[in-house]
Design a protein around this ligand. Structure first.
Ligand code: 13P
Length: 301
């Protein structure tokens, strides 16, 4: 069977109203049970690592993750994606993002994300456009972000209900359309009530609040953006909102905390126990949370 590119798969998912989950690998031994669970359930997923997972967790490096992926990948069910490389990181530091993303593309990452969401609009457009330019010769799709998907930063979260009700930091639909046109980005990560599970030491074991999504707001973005949309902070969002989101433009959903926390819990006993708990968590996410059993056949068949 011909090898379908990640760009083609996500485009197809977007048109069909199917979601492509992207699973974060902050610890190298998580790779094997993630891929196994996808194969066992016939579910398609991206395997991804974010820059902060190489710094604050045990993913070690983009190269180590790519190496681990090569060992366990199953191209009937998986592709390799580079998650968040921020222009300004969660601690306020400037990152050499074009260089880091280019290094990852050389290593074989099949899609990449540049996160300029902490920048003013025009600077975010410019940073994203630079990465789109660099990705051309690799023929790799680029994900950008517009709006504030909070949670990775240190310090306490503002009260969730207040945030949701005010819509503060939500992606502006008109800006979204403008952003896609000006930057030529392939996929757009949006803020519509979603937030990231905490990664700061001392808070990373916290259970996430069950987030909601403003579906009416999402519809407005989806009507004008003209590109597949991405939802970060996929762990713990209430199911009925997720189902509506997949029908309204969300073609990629990032899942981190829901599989990382079980691994770290299991690790207190052994790596093997950690792996076992990741596998169980994956099955639960695939079958119960997201309802994405059997999507590989629909997307790749
Ligand atoms: P969660 O850890 O909240 O699932 O978010 C993952 C994510 O969005 C990674 O980019």
């Amino acid at each position: 069977m011909a090898y379908l590119s990640t760009r083609a798969i996500v485009d197809k998912a977007w048109r069909m109203g199917i979601v492509v989950p992207a699973y974060n690998v902050p610890h190298l031994p998580m790779m094997e049970p993630i891929v196994r669970a996808l194969r066992d359930t016939g579910s398609f997923g991206l395997i991804q690592v974010a820059r902060l997972e190489t710094v604050k967790f045990k993913a070690e490096s983009f190269a180590r993750i790519a190496g681990e992926y090569e060992k366990f990948k199953d191209v009937g069910f998986t592709r390799l994606h580079l998650d968040h490389v921020p222009v300004i990181d969660e601690d306020g530091l400037r990152i050499d993002y074009v260089e880091e993303i280019t290094e990852a593309m050389k290593l074989g990452y099949e899609s990449v994300m540049v996160d300029g969401s902490r920048l003013p609009f025009e600077e975010n457009v410019e940073a994203t456009r630079r990465v789109v330019e660099a990705a051309k010769s690799f023929d790799v799709p680029v994900e950008g972000e517009l709006g504030a998907v909070i949670g990775h930063e240190a310090g306490p979260m503002p009260p969730y209900e207040e945030l949701f009700a005010s819509g503060k930091g939500f992606t502006d639909p008109r800006e979204a359309a403008d952003f896609v046109k000006k930057s030529n980005v392939d996929w757009l990560s949006v803020a519509i009530g979603n937030f990231h599970g905490a990664v700061a030491p001392g808070r990373r074991d916290d259970k996430k609040i069950a987030a909601r999504l403003n579906i009416e707001h999402l519809k407005k973005i989806n009507e004008v953006a003209g590109a597949p949309l991405v939802l970060h902070g996929g762990s713990g969002i209430q199911k009925e909102y997720l189902r509506e989101a997949f029908k309204n433009g969300i073609a990629k959903l990032n899942v981190g905390t829901n599989i990382r926390q079980p691994y770290e819990k299991g690790l207190e006993e052994s790596v093997e126990k950690g792996r076992e708990l990741v596998y169980a968590a994956m099955i639960d996410v695939i079958k119960n949370e997201l309802g994405v059993e059997g999507t590989a056949e629909k997307l790749l068949g």
